[in-house]
Design a protein around this ligand. Structure first.
Ligand SMILES: Cc1cc2nc3c(=O)[nH]c(=O)nc-3n(C[C@H](O)[C@H](O)[C@H](O)COP(=O)(O)OP(=O)(O)OC[C@H]3O[C@@H](n4cnc5c(N)ncnc54)[C@H](O)[C@@H]3O)c2cc1C
Length: 409
């Protein structure tokens, strides 16, 4: 029997090291930070970057990157342990330099960039003093369908001239470069082959950050960008002409799963809090933990968390084995995003007014969790693809096995 869910001693030792680092360094650091508005910017950055230096010194740096890039060279299953520990704190993934969108951009550059591009752009992300962003979504057309992208890049000599409009570009205000997706092909054979990726230095003339989009979790760095006659040198094209869609998809596979790993940590925190509160809150002759209505919420959350972990581990296993992981990542992304929302919601319910207040982290977690259901592939897009693959599997094989995890049972 090859199925074994125990961690090898070195992975368990790593998981515990990450756990202890979060407890001993990141949680106390976060307590000093308070919120970005309450502390001088210079003090805020000093505390954050000191934590990064401590992570580097502790060997907890770039868990997703190969050792030759200064990383820990972990596989995706091992990453699941690391991310699920790190994301029990707010800044943990950032401190270890494995946060979105830089993590996905690092994977993208590692896979698609030329040696010169890697040296110039990937190197500085890995060193941890620069950040990046990924610019694809546009206000005028459905982000769910990148074949509709209107931002154009036209070759003029040895430069591309770009005009267009992007929004919700996370991290753009802090980034020193962007990976930009723009339309370069007029009539491609496949609609998916219309777009190309580019690396844009920030600041650049023609890259105009016009506002920060205020969201239900505040103004935390999602920018609207108007692009006017931006000139990009030809050597900054990323991958081949027309490969922008594939580049985006390649980026999104592991990046979506990394989100799931972090969401598991958040869901686990919400369930911990739900149980803890139910054991101390007394009403109508007994503790909440003794009420069947509350037990159902705890049971549903426990079952969902278990399913979420199994799905993420299996999808990570498939990526590590270089097996086709498209279906598994898609199902995991949909399931974990929805479970996260349900579990936090139940935890708020059990906390009553306290859960609605900002005295616990639940309200903040709930605001953040909502975007998980439509960003990086909306629920309905994943369901559409999952259904298409299930129907195709049934047509081709007479059963849906390959579209349902292709498991040996
Ligand atoms: C916090 C946050 C951070 C983000 N960061 C980035 C970033 O860094 N870079 C970037 O490029 N983008 C980013 N985005 C944008 C994100 O990727 C898009 O929101 C997402 O791709 C969906 O596109 P849209 O918002 O245009 O929704 P639309 O495509 O307009 O879809 C709206 C809704 O329509 C429905 N729908 C759409 N198509 C179908 C269909 N075929 N069948 C059934 N229903 C459908 C779904 O319910 C969907 O939620 C971010 C968004 C948020 C909220």
């Amino acid at each position: 029997m090859a199925i074994d869910f125990t961690l090898s001693p070195d992975v368990e030792e790593l998981r515990l090291r990450v756990h202890d680092f979060m407890e001993q360094v990141v949680k106390p650091g976060e307590a000093k930070l308070g919120s970005e508005d309450e502390i001088e910017r210079s003090d805020y950055l000093k505390i954050l970057f000191e934590m990064r230096e401590q992570a580097k010194a502790a060997g907890l740096w770039l868990p997703h990157m190969p050792e030759e890039w200064g990383g820990m060279g972990l596989g995706h299953v091992e990453m699941a342990m690391v991310q699920a520990e790190a994301a029990k704190t707010y800044y943990g993934p950032w401190v270890m330099n494995c946060q979105a969108p830089d993590e996905g951009n690092m994977h993208t550059l590692l896979h698609w960039a030329t040696d010169e591009q890697k040296e110039k752009y990937l190197r500085k992300l890995c060193e941890g003093y620069h950040m990046s962003c990924f610019a694809m979504t546009e206000p005028e057309v459905a982000g769910s369908d990148p074949t509709l992208i209107r931002t154009t890049a036209v070759l003029d000599g040895d430069e591309w001239v770009v005009n267009g409009h992007k929004w919700f570009i996370s991290n753009a205000r802090r980034a020193s470069f962007a990976i930009l997706i723009a339309r370069t092909e007029d009539n491609p054979d496949l609609p998916q082959a219309a777009n190309t990726g580019f690396i844009v230095d920030i600041p650049s003339e023609g890259w105009n950050r016009v506002r920060e989009v205020e969201t239900m979790h505040g103004g935390t760095g999602h920018s609207e960008i108007v692009i006017e006659d931006l000139r990009i040198p030809a050597e900054n094209m990323l991958g081949e002409r027309g490969s922008g869609h594939r580049l985006g998809q390649y980026r999104l596979g592991p990046a979506r799963l990394a989100h799931c790993m972090r969401w598991i940590a958040q869901a686990e925190t919400a369930l911990d809090m739900m149980v803890d509160r139910s054991l101390s809150r007394y009403s109508h002759g007994s503790y909440l933990a003794e009420k069947q209505g509350i037990q159902w919420m705890i049971a549903d959350s426990a079952m969902e968390l278990y399913q979420a972990k199994l799905m993420v581990l299996h999808a990570a296993y498939k990526i590590d084995r270089k097996l086709d992981f498209t279906s598994e990542v898609s199902m995991a992304k949909h399931f974990v995003a929805n479970s996260l929302n349900r579990i936090i919601d139940r935890s708020i319910q059990v906390h009553g007014a306290l859960g609605y207040s900002t005295d616990t982290p639940l309200a903040h977690m709930y605001q953040h969790a909502r975007w998980a259901r439509f960003a990086d592939g909306a629920d309905e897009i994943h369901q559409m693809r999952i259904a298409q693959r299930t129907i195709a599997a049934y047509r081709d094989h007479g059963n849906p096995k390959v579209a349902t995890g292709d498991l040996p049972i």
